[in-house]
Design a binder for this molecule. Structure first.
Ligand code: NCD
Length: 336
């Protein structure tokens, strides 16, 4: 096992205070994202060891405070914290005093009183992690997904996966932290997707060219200020891409019928086997999960070699180790 002193150096910038929280991709900027990606390389190496554990956060306590269903994000953060030797507390709204009427503020203050260092917050309400950050006196807050708003660690693991998978490919003009020249389409239910919002911020900060492909009903009401192009013709966009990023139809967030039928959606916007053949040979197929096989992506396409969906999940643990390490363990700033 490596000693804590062997962990990746992080570039503190003179005169800057340590950043306490990770709430939005916008807080990081390109330099902050690149720093996370660089530190992630070390934790990918740690994750490949026979005993994938380092003592960096020994004595620290990380709480996962999840008010919304999650499989991969919660397990990923908890695995990351354990691999850094932190103690992990799990809060699940379904089995907590929230059901007895306890307010969010009381829940948060009760947890902080137990002596904690970091909280990963997932909530159906956009902005809740910012509110939690205002209530906490010391602990760091990491946004694990708020409403339709942001999911910054998903964007970081997506940037990590793309930059490392495309390293050396002709599309990849920039260095290891850059997406300059890379053409990415995000396809599907952009309107309800916090992943899309964080990914657009992160991909464009690193220099990628981003196209949103969706029916008008599944786009946000206004795209003013979004650094993207929009298309409704997936077949025309696919041959131009380095990465196609599919999103789940988030039916639990749809308050009205936005689609004639799932079958029609799949026929027009689903990555079917026939459509996947329009992609260049070396293009990557990505999805944040959970996947609705047969709706936004055909089962056989999700399983083909150019689909890096499970690679995204594996990289997610290392990225979250990097974020926890930078916020709780290193005492340095994530931003440039
Ligand atoms: C996403 C989420 O919950 O925002 N999943 C994830 O975290 N990997 C996307 C989704 O729910 O479709």
């Amino acid at each position: 096992m490596k000693a804590a002193t062997d962990l990746p150096p992080v570039g503190r910038h003179a005169g800057q205070p340590a950043r306490r929280h990770l709430l939005s991709v916008a807080d990081l900027g390109a330099d902050g994202i690149e720093e996370v990606l660089r530190v992630t390389d070390s934790f990918v190496e740690v994750s490949g060891r026979a005993i994938p554990k380092v003592p960096a956060l020994r004595g620290k306590t990380v709480v996962s405070l999840f008010f919304e269903d999650s499989t991969r994000t919660r397990l990923s953060f908890e695995t990351a914290a354990r691999r850094l030797s932190a103690d992990v507390m799990t809060f699940s709204a379904a089995s907590s005093s929230v059901n007895k009427g306890e307010s969010l503020r009381d829940t948060v203050e009760t947890i902080e009183a137990m002596g904690i260092d970091g909280v990963v917050v997932r909530h159906a309400g956009s902005g809740v992690p910012w509110q939690v950050a205002r209530w906490l006196r010391q602990a760091a807050v990491i946004n694990g997904g708020d409403g339709w708003h942001e999911h910054p660690t998903q964007a970081l693991l997506d940037c990590y996966t793309i930059t490392r998978m495309l390293a050396g490919a002709p599309a990849h003009e920039g260095g290891p932290g850059s997406l300059a020249g890379v053409r990415i389409a995000i396809v599907g239910d952009i309107r309800h997707s916090r992943v899309a919002r964080s990914d657009v911020l992160a991909f464009s900060a690193l220099g990628a060219h981003v196209t949103l492909v969706a029916p008008p009903t599944l786009l946000p009401p206004s795209l003013a200020g979004w650094p993207v192009e929009v298309s409704h013709d997936l077949d025309a966009v696919l041959p131009t891409l380095d990465v196609v990023y599919l999103l789940r139809l988030q039916q639990e967030r749809m308050r009205e019928a936005l689609l004639p039928s799932l079958r029609e959606y799949t026929a027009t916007y689903g990555l079917t086997s026939t459509r996947a053949r329009l992609l260049p040979d070396d293009a990557l197929i990505m999805h944040p999960g959970p996947v609705n096989r047969g709706v936004e992506i055909a089962a056989e396409v999700a399983d083909q070699p150019s689909s890096v969906i499970t690679r995204q999940v594996a990289n997610g643990v290392a990225v979250r180790m990097a974020v926890l390490y930078l916020l709780l363990g290193s005492g340095v700033d994530l931003a440039a």
